[in-house]
Design a protein around this ligand. Sequence first.
Ligand code: SF4
Ligand code: SF4
Length: 316
Amino acid sequence: MDGIKGKIYDIQGFSVQDGPGIRTTVFLKGCPLRCPWCHSPESQGFKTELNWMRIRCLGVEACGKCLTACRKGLIAKGPPSKSAAGEDIAYPEVDKTRCDECGACASVCKPEALYMCGDDMTADEVMRRLLRDKPFFDESGGGVTISGGECLCQPLFTLELLKRCKSEGMHTAVDTTGFAPWPAVESVLPYADLFLYDLKCMDSELHRRVIGVPNELILENALKIAAAGGRFQIRIPVIPLFNDSEEHFELYAGFLDKIRDAVDIVQLLPYHKLGVSKHERLLKNEKIFVAEPPSDELMDLRRGQLAARGFEVIIH
Ligand code: SF4
Ligand code: SF4
């Protein structure tokens, strides 16, 4: 399995939000869900793709190298728009509908404003990176989290990384939407110390309409993981007008009761607007979901609602 490769869009060290202790999180690319509030929309596509970051771009007047780099002529000078410093700058506009993600424009962009998102890495390469951080894991009770995207969409690679991490004595967590075929979930069970498991919405029809897939598979997999002895950190993104009502949290409480013995902790993640600015990076010009973040009072109410049922609940 030395040659097995995964498509990765980031590896982040010193994470303290992806499970216990200090962790290094491996983000695999590709996800079958389309959460409108996704805070890493660059993770959704399964292929390596061209991204752009406004904050790094010098503008076409000062630079403009990308305009001539595209052999298909897909990059043009756009109208002036505000830079982070408030200046009016003409940025490049990319016709993403005809782009074949060849990367020629990214290769001439010195500040890496245009960049290719998604690296094909071998398990060996990833493990070399993870082993560098092992002293921090040992010191803090941390470990490795395999995340995404949906890491179980690359089940063999995820399994290989988990096996190798366990053989190195590392704590392992799988951060998953739960929307994966049971055989993929079952294969990683013996090597996953913890599942960071998203429950985004308890109403399957609403789940399908907003996120693109129903929730039955997710709930079934959670029940099976619990029955097989897996451990959970349940993650609930609290999204205004979607799942933040008292009634909806009663549905959460009812389901969590079924897997109570397997739940170490419930984490409520208040919606925030970070994903909004990141959507621009995809150059897709899509409509973006924007809402006011839930208030601290509402978050406390929802935490109290689940805590009153005997669950340990954290917010962040
Ligand atoms: S080459 Fe890069 S920095 Fe220069 S204009 Fe194009 S995107 Fe901006
Ligand atoms: S990645 Fe797309 S826009 Fe850039 S050079 Fe290739 S085809 Fe053109």
